[in-house]
Design a protein. Structure first.
Length: 291
């Protein structure tokens, strides 16, 4: 249900399903903490669920983002006592516990404290600018699957108006704290890694093609802000090729316009990339379809 993205003439009707899933999970974790303990004893299940909750915490809809934030805090700060129940996969507990401890450094207990009548110093989830500005640093979590889902959420949010600029600004600020390339410092992203992930999203399959337009929009805005210009020369060519592939294979006019705009931004990177972007633009202009 957290994956439901159904849209019809009434709008984003899948948001109703996502909202109910978030509320139902929150109720289950609150009523019986053993449910959360059981989930955390299975690393595969726990990481999949935690990744989807992190993704939901970037929702463009305020009420969904607030529900996801409360659920995320419950997951991170709920009483589990996993080891007391035993498990035949002790390493799984170690992986989940490590991720939880890392995320606690970026996501303080906020709404849970409010519900108990205590002073809150946590994230204001209903405020998109504040929420994105704080949550983005959770991209430093060492678990790659969590980083990718959270980044995907930021990309989708970054393409939405009017709060999309807050998500893009948050990613730009985070990129400014990263090294340009991997220096053997351990798990985590680099500026090169952000571009590689944007490239991967552009080369996605049909089942997740809803990510292509957001990836084009966010790539363009991050380059325009100068947030990615510290990247290594080697990562720009794959990104250009991905944009070229999208423009030629998926001939939707709106998508083509986004590609043309991104070519203009890529021309700012270097003379080599500018030449490739110019050649691609001329090829599109001379192509018979679409006109």
């Amino acid at each position: 249900g957290l994956h439901d993205r159904t849209v019809d003439n009434r709008g984003d009707v899948g948001s109703w399903v996502r909202q109910q899933c978030l509320c139902s999970l929150q109720h289950l974790f609150t009523v019986d903490s053993r449910v959360l303990t059981c989930v955390c004893s299975d690393s595969d299940l726990a990481l999949r669920l935690l990744g989807r909750i992190l993704h939901a915490a970037t929702e463009k809809i305020d009420r969904l983002r607030a529900s996801a934030g409360l659920l995320l805090e419950s997951f991170l700060y709920g009483q589990r006592g996993m080891h007391a129940h035993g498990t035949d996969k002790p390493d799984a507990d170690t992986v989940v516990e490590r991720c939880i401890e890392e995320l606690r450094a970026f996501i303080p207990r906020g709404q849970l404290e409010d519900s108990r009548g205590a002073d809150s110093k946590g994230i204001s989830w209903a405020d998109s600018e504040s929420a994105y500005g704080q949550l983005v640093y959770a991209l430093s979590v060492s678990e790659e699957s969590l980083r990718k889902l959270l980044f995907e959420g930021f990309v989708v949010a970054g393409s939405a108006e009017p709060m999309g600029k807050f998500a893009v600004n948050a990613v730009a600020a985070y990129a400014g704290t990263l090294p340009a390339a991997d220096r053997g410092l351990g798990p985590g992203w680099t500026v090169d890694g952000i571009i590689a992930e944007l490239t991967r999203l552009l080369l996605t399959d049909k089942q997740t093609s809803r990510l292509i337009n957001p990836a084009l929009i966010v790539s363009d805005q991050l380059i325009e802000q100068g947030a990615l210009l510290a990247a290594s020369p080697k990562v720009w060519i794959p990104l250009h090729r991905a944009v070229q592939r999208v423009a030629f294979r998926l001939r939707a006019p709106q998508r083509l316009m986004l590609c043309v705009k991104l070519y203009g931004s890529l021309a700012l990177v270097s003379s080599e990339v500018a030449r490739l972007a110019g050649d691609s633009l001329l090829a599109h202009i001379g192509h018979p379809i679409p006109k």
